[in-house]
Design a protein around this ligand. Sequence first.
Ligand SMILES: Nc1ncnc2c1ncn2[C@@H]1O[C@H](COP(=O)(O)OP(=O)(O)OP(=O)(O)O)[C@@H](O)[C@H]1O
Ligand SMILES: [Mg+2]
Length: 304
Amino acid sequence: MAIPRFAWGIDIGNRALKAIKLVRDGDNLRMEDVEVIEHEQVLSNSGDNRESLIQTALANFAQRHLTKGGVVSVGVSGQSSFARFIKLPPVEEKKIPEIVKFEAIQQIPFPLDQVEWSYQLFRQTDSPDVEVGIFAMRKELVNQQIKYFTDMDMNVQVVQMSPLAVYNAMYYDNRLSDGTTMILDLGAENADLIIADGDSVWLRSVPIGGNNFTEALVKSFKLSFAKAEELKRNLPGDAPDLRRPGRRNSALGRLLFFSPPRQPHQADRRPGQHLSPPDAPEISSAESADRSRAPRCLPRRRPR
Ligand SMILES: Nc1ncnc2c1ncn2[C@@H]1O[C@H](COP(=O)(O)OP(=O)(O)OP(=O)(O)O)[C@@H](O)[C@H]1O
Ligand SMILES: [Mg+2]
């Protein structure tokens, strides 16, 4: 297959579709275009309308940009995917895949045949310890996600967890410091926390985002969601209540006391116990058991 000249990376978030076009430039990549298409309504509040809002955003995108001749890489939100980091017991090198598979069965809250999963080993030069990052996505959810794109005749070649895509982009761009770098992608519904340290990465997605701030304004000031969102983004200079977080009855005061609903955590589970939906995090997976796609879930490395 001829090497495609360009690729679009598309992330359908709860607030907006975001896309970036990368073009080959010799051995490098050049960002040629970006697009942000905001949904009429935040997806998480749109109920049955969700699917049609996604289709509309993609149709708008396809109207404005050509994807034919290039490939499309699709982001899957951190909240809909699964990542766990474990220190492996000392074992012979050749036993590592077997041990990792055993850990994957223990950790991934779905049977392995329902997920696309893969792993990455992390080693420090000055330590014999081997850490493993296990990544998984549920097949059913990714199939759904891919279908939005293939219905628009887009050539989807990569499906990747968004937090890893962010990490890879930062790595590629040499944006990670020699020490530890923390990256926070605060979305509308979810926040992805990524901590990069040397050649290791750790990530966690938490169900809190900009909408929580908007909702606090909705409740405190009895506003519509749209009005509250506008107020949040364009805070007027003469809004004393909003600017005094110390006041318990102010919106921001309440935000400071906001705590997200507790999510079941792996550490709370007995070994071997699987979380059952709906408590389990939604994880999704690549379209088929095609293993060639799996490594794309993993952090990409390039020599610095
Ligand atoms: N100027 C601004 N001031 C404050 N908040 C803003 C501003 N512009 C956007 N936001 C907020 O940033 C949040 C995140 O937007 P973003 O486009 O990253 O969400 P998303 O990626 O679509 O959501 P998710 O990742 O949760 O699916 C939204 O809640 C939005 O209201
Ligand atoms: Mg997002």
